[in-house]
Design a protein around this ligand. Sequence first.
Ligand code: EPZ
Length: 417
Amino acid sequence: MKILEIEGGKTLSGTVRISGAKNSAVALIPAAILSDEEVTICNVPEITDIEALCEILKYLHADVSRTNDSIVIKSNHMENREIPTNLSKKLRASYYFMGALLGKYGYVKMRFPGGCSIGARPINLHLKGFEALGATIKEQHNCYLVEAKELKGANIYLDFASVGATLNIMLAAVKAKGTTIIDNAAKEPEIVNVATLLNNMGAKITGAGTSTIKIQGVSSLGSCFHEVIPDRIEAGTYIILGACCGDHLKIENIIPEHVEALTSKLQEAGVPLEIGIDSITVTKAKKPKAIQVRTQTYPGFATDFQQPFSVFLTQCEGKSKIEETIYENRFMHIPYLTQLGADIRVKNQTATIIGPTPLIGSSVVATDLRAGAALVIAGLIAEGKTQITNVEHIVRGYEQIVEKLTNIGANIKEREI
Ligand code: EPZ
């Protein structure tokens, strides 16, 4: 088992370069199979989620080649086989193969275990969209059979502005007959990145990034070259780290607008930020003050920032509150922060955090990706040594996290035990 060992209490400075967005790349790769020709995607992060998707592509006999940060995908010799649980369960985003295979062949059979530690995470809205496009769905013991004699454009209203449902319906609709309207669509930047890829392949999508997306079906999609946008969640994680223990820590290769909800909250707490064209430089505030935060869909304060941000709030003067409105079980890092010395109480979906409290190193467990990131930040500001187990949760979403942290002065090592 891999663990991280951190000797905390250091001031971090220098430059962190942000990688391509995990939550964009995991949709771009399945989307690429909709083309009948070669698709090249660059700035793809080297993380285990991407490896898992490439395994599925190879299982489907697509041609996949990876050089440095680029992936070249050719799907004209692909075989539409049933995707087994051992491949689909490695990441939730495997469900994008439902929309992509349905959109390409009118048929998909895959085992999808669903759920995860932060919540039930049903896919009812994805399936509602597929049915609206004319598909029939059979589900038995987490095995989904989705097929349509002919996919027809439809008007689809999403009860919740779901990122996954918006993208999956888009993938199924790009080659449907007629026009599809997705209302109450998610507006996250990753939606725009995927719509741009599809349009570069010849799709006709307008409105991505707004709550109404229009897709005019086309008969075929061609080759293209596309770039993954910078990872706003990775960027935000390092910005929060800088607010906790940075000295002019520069986070570069970012789109500041994508983290505006976070940076405005940090400024409200008194954190000095220098916001550039494609970078943000952050220094720890002497006495940051307690604030209130509520997670929302984009452009609101992202739920993926909630867990790392709660560590910053343990260092703020006074009583802070952070309300999680997106997932029902996204506070599993709290007991470990308390073990490190934080003063946090959770009631319903709100964590109340009294600060500042000194954090003292201890052995803790990463329960999920962003909880793990939160514990890395906590270990870096805690006095003494912190050991984090279940590191696989962290490396699936943060490219070269040990190298990036070491380069800015952190004492962090990955060990096998
Ligand atoms: C994406 O998950 C991200 N994952 C999540 O990031 C992110 O937290 C989330 O969007 C919200 O921004 C990827 O992009 C791979 P949703 P997704 O559909 O698409 C409910 C990370 O840490 N819902 O917007 O699954 C659902 O239960 C991960 O990188 C339904 O009820 O998010 C949840 O409560 C974690 N029915 C809420 O909506 C549905 O059919 C948000 O889900 C779909 C969703």
